[in-house]
Design a protein around this ligand. Sequence first.
Ligand code: OGA
Ligand code: MN
Length: 370
Amino acid sequence: RKKRSYVMAKMAASLAGSGEDAFRRIFKFYKGRQPPPDFSDVIDFSKCGQIPTKLNPAAVSDVEGARVGLRPLRDWRAFSLQGYPGFIFISNPFRMDCQAFWIRQCLKTYTQKPNVCNLDLHMSPSDTQDIWGKSVHGLRFPPSGKGEPKTLLERLRWVTLGYHYNWDTKTYSASHHTPFPADLHSLSLHITAACGFPEFNAQAGILNYYHSDSSLGIHVDESELDHSCPLLSFSFGQSAIFLLGGIRRQDSPIAMYMHSGDVMVMSGQSRLLYHAVPRILPALWGHTAEKMEACSLVPSLQDTTVVEPVSQEDWMVCSRYLQSSRLNVTVRQVLGPGQCFPETPSSHQRTDKITDGEYGKRKRSSSCDC
Ligand code: OGA
Ligand code: MN
């Protein structure tokens, strides 16, 4: 009896000591490379066999959707997950070639001032001005030798839009706000309206720039003040594994693929679930950006469209960047209708952001790569 309790105590201690719970174990499993993990349990919504969900077909007209680069709503393939009410996965609803526009916005437009990025924390405003312009040459003509400095775009890890997320206090504030991009606001509203949230107001955005060895730690997005508003997530470029857990950090997660163009909506009971991105994976044939081309639009849309054609020149740079990178855009409504920021900002919430290389290596210092 004595021996058994000793063993049990030791087991409990080692479990507590390593912090190893079901979520961490599965995170490490998918992040690990030696041996390569078995991906057979990963849900792939681009394949058959998942539970389709009905969206509101009246919410977005074909013409309205096309203006922001979306296919007619009746052609969208949207899914729910049993046991995760409020979670909606839309398998690439973008029109052929229109992803190119949104990708260029993430790399060329949203990286500009007044938006905020990780490079601002350690560089002067003049050095982080025109990240795209300063990176174009280096991306077109990558240096053959190692040790060459990376371009600013390659060192970019995050950009914030609208109410700028403060990574240290884990809060948004009234005083740190710049205009939210109108085009992304419009795209977001089309998606949320189709999902039953026609009042959604995109107020904050976090763009994550992942490379082949990046991951995003286990976290829940609770800094927004009104959790009845959905959280939207767009994926572009390389694929990734997304882990969706429970309301407790240690709850065992399920794994799913995110491919280029996929959109995820976390609402209702799924809004505050723990989640993580343990791994970036090469895009499979059929999801690859190489198939995309500079946007060519039907002439009838050209007057009122949000989505503009992308020049061959710009697309060359985007597709070179995406050969080993993934872009993730999360869009959040921070305040409910009529709501204001409290006088004293609350301080709990998100602690994790993208980490490169070994898990934990740069857990709190991914603000800059320099
Ligand atoms: C986030 C997030 C997931 C992703 O930015 O909060 O969870 O798919 N992103 O990169
Ligand atoms: Mn998140």
